[in-house]
Design a protein around this ligand. Sequence first.
Ligand SMILES: [Zn+2]
Length: 356
Amino acid sequence: MQHLSHKQIIERKLGTALSATNTSHCPCREWHTSPSRATDCQWYFEDSKPHCHCLHSSCSDALSEYISRLYSELNRIRRSTLRPEDLASSYHSPRPIKHAPTSPEPFNAELAERIAAGYPHNISYDDLRACSPISIPSDPQAQALKFFSHSYGSTDNILIFTNPLSQGDYIWRGLNQQLYQLAPQPNKKASPISSLPMSAANGMYYLISPVTGRWRSRENAKPSRRCGTCATRYPYALIESDCLPAATWLRILAQLEDRIQAIYLSGSKSIHALISVLPDTLDNFATVKYSLAHRLRPVGADHKALSAIRLSRLPGAYRESTGQRQELLWLNAPSNQGTLKHALAKIHPQPQHEAP
Ligand SMILES: [Zn+2]
């Protein structure tokens, strides 16, 4: 059989030759939010697998998926279960897009207040606890464990951080619902632990997407166990607001039709909400992200927090720098598809309309 180099395979897949310096157009350029050029992507072939880097960041999720598909195709070619000549026909845009990618509208404080006023009650933290589908324990450690066990499944591994720049200090394994302390470098065993410290200088974090728990080697970078290719699924998107008062943000959350999995405090001034992504694929994550950014950025959400590989505040942990706890306020039951508004209806009677 004809033997093709990685470079030749990629040229077939892209349907065009690479430049003399191994650049090409980006295969995920539909996701660019600024003009694309024919040389946006730089390809590297020094490693056992080809790598590419695009100058745009808006395509990063799509490009990660494209590369993982490419790797599986290269494996199939190596095992002779895919003919290189079938590659060109297997190329397709990673995601059909329904709208041309555009940047979300900027924050509009007046609009946020107007939308928030559409929910006719103030929502206190006690209100959230009172209507939480899963009861909220007061013990910090119990908050974190209950959050994990109701938000993730038996195949999930969740990285936990006391240092957000680390590769993860602890891991929660859904298989046995056990916590482990992780070694800071590869090839060292994790040790089971009975509890998390639940306090750190700048609070504690977890990675919202489950990971394999294994290290990945990377070109021109140290090995990682928290990079995009470590994620196994994408069940949640994180929304928070740094610019709205808590009362306004909660009244906006109360009107979302999206399923919210959990609401907790950042240990400073913002409130984090995890929005469910169903199905939990990277494709669908991009669609949900696009929709949330465009709907909620104008009313105060931080659209930059909407990434698949995202650290969020660990519920229950104490943030020493602010002297505040990252309190878990509301936790959805896995089987419950209802909205926050639906849960709040238990304690906030809806206005009675007079019969015509
Ligand atoms: Zn790109």
